[in-house]
Design a protein around this ligand. Structure first.
Ligand code: PLP
Length: 437
């Protein structure tokens, strides 16, 4: 069955969905025209849709499923906990176990607070930075995605009209964002030391923190230059602001996460996705003195934070099982298959004589429909012709049996092997031919 097909079961479900969900949709990110493909089940690196078509899953629930679907070790950990109860109005030992594991991996993380998503983790980190410093503003990179907290969303999208002004502008992404929120976000250019440092210095006394995802998916999925990260570390020290590493995705890059790879110690770190073993999770960690804003032992904390399902033991136990599977050998495997996919697709672009290239690191790959260097949000931006080519590429990948994100992102899993790499690269070659036309 090729996509789209009006007689498909997915299309029939979508017709029903339109009556009870806005636009038939729950997550904007999974919306597809003319209808989304509905998943029925997953096993290993494959997912079957409701029409029983199976594909290799290179979305992996937007990078969270680092061990693919229904991994037996994770299923066992979660099922064992399901039988013992799924949530309590009490803490459980499981949150201590996962906190110890994460603190043991990331040197700068001395204490952790769990929540239910990356959005919540970022929200709590930004609130913690404000509570700790007593300052109102935060800085973030142009085009970087950090979830849907009002402040984190500012300048997620900017346009050539904004770029005409040179330095990044702080602009609303969602309609209805209060002006006060926009005014309290300083947007800095990614991978531009001088541009970023001068904006940060200009707001020195008001900045609570500078937030960076060292490999921002929506801003090109290019690794931050070491010099850029170092400059942010130094300037935040200089002005008394905190450095926040958003590792919601980047934590899948290595045993000690992005900070291990970049050789930097942040003051605050956000986690989510892979640390929940396939279940909802978020975590905010950092320096003990900063994390003290959550501490209730001396009365009402500076930053009270609850969350009915925060640190629920199913997410914690599955998370621990998933993290324990991620030893150095697992990362070496992910790095090797990621590199093979990037090289294979780049080679296919070259030999087909088509404009395009990949970026990324480790198990994360992004396909760009341009030959120009991609360094940041602006250089990753596609013109309408490029957008059409990318849409054709992604649609053809679907028909070739490969699921990937509409924005060109792929995230591999530990259960993929060389055969899967070959299948992905050969599908990409067919998709490059189809999209070059
Ligand atoms: N931060 C980053 C870097 C992300 O990529 C995402 C989601 O993709 C988030 C935060 C938000 O995480 P969640 O979707 O779990 O709310």
């Amino acid at each position: 069955m090729t996509y789209p097909d009006v007689s498909s079961r997915s299309n029939a479900i979508y017709e029903r969905a339109k009556r009870s969900l806005p636009g038939g949709n729950t997550r904007t990110t999974v919306y597809m025209k003319p209808y989304p493909i509905y998943a029925a089940r997953g096993a290993g690196c494959r997912v079957w849709d409701v029409d029983d078509v199976s594909r290799i899953d290179c979305i992996n629930n937007f990078t969270s499923l680092i061990h693919g679907h229904a991994h037996p070790v994770l299923v066992e950990a979660a099922t064992k906990q399901l039988a013992l109860g799924t949530a309590f109005g009490m803490p459980t030992e499981s949150e201590v176990d996962l906190a110890e594991l994460l603190c043991g991996r990331v040197a700068s993380v001395e204490e952790i607070r769990f929540s239910n998503s990356g959005t919540e983790a970022v929200m709590l980190a930004l609130k913690a930075a404000r509570a700790f410093t007593g300052r109102p503003k935060i800085a973030k990179c142009e085009g970087a995605y950090h979830g849907t907290y009002d402040y984190a969303e500012v300048s997620l999208e900017t346009s050539p009209e904004h770029w005409a002004q040179g330095a990044p502008q702080s602009v609303a992404y969602a309609k209805g964002t209060p002006k006060g929120v926009i005014d309290d976000v300083v947007t800095i250019p990614f991978n531009d030391v001088d541009g970023a440092v001068s904006l940060i210095r200009a707001h020195a006394r008001d900045l609570a923190c500078v937030m960076i995802d060292p490999m921002p998916n929506r801003a090109g999925l290019v690794p931050a230059d070491r010099a850029f990260v170092q400059a942010l570390r130094e300037v935040t020290h200089e002005i008394g602001a905190l450095l926040l590493f958003d590792e919601v995705i980047a934590f899948r890059l290595g045993h000690a996460g992005a900070q291990g790879l970049w050789g930097v110690d942040a003051d605050l770190t956000t986690f989510a996705k892979i640390i929940g073993g396939g279940f909802p999770v978020g975590a905010t960690g950092g320096r003990r003195d900063v994390m003290a804003v959550f501490d209730p032992t001396r009365g009402k904390p500076a930053l009270p934070a609850g969350g009915t399902f925060s640190a629920n033991p199913v997410s914690m136990r599955a998370g621990i099982a998933g993290m324990e599977l991620l030893d150095e050998a697992a990362f070496a495997h992910l790095d090797a298959i990621g590199e093979a996919v990037r090289q294979g697709i780049d080679e296919a672009f070259r030999s087909e004589g088509a404009e395009g290239r990949t970026t990324g690191l480790g198990s994360l790959i992004k396909v760009h429909m341009t030959d120009k260097p991609v360094r940041d949000y602006r250089s990753a931006h596609l013109d309408p012709a490029g957008q059409r080519r990318l849409a054709t590429f992604v649609a053809r990948m679907l028909d070739e049996g490969i699921l990937m994100a509409p924005n060109g992102l792929m995230a591999l899993s530990t259960v993929m092997g060389r055969d899967d790499v070959d299948a992905i690269v050969s599908a990409a070659r067919a998709a490059i031919r189809a999209s070059a036309r």
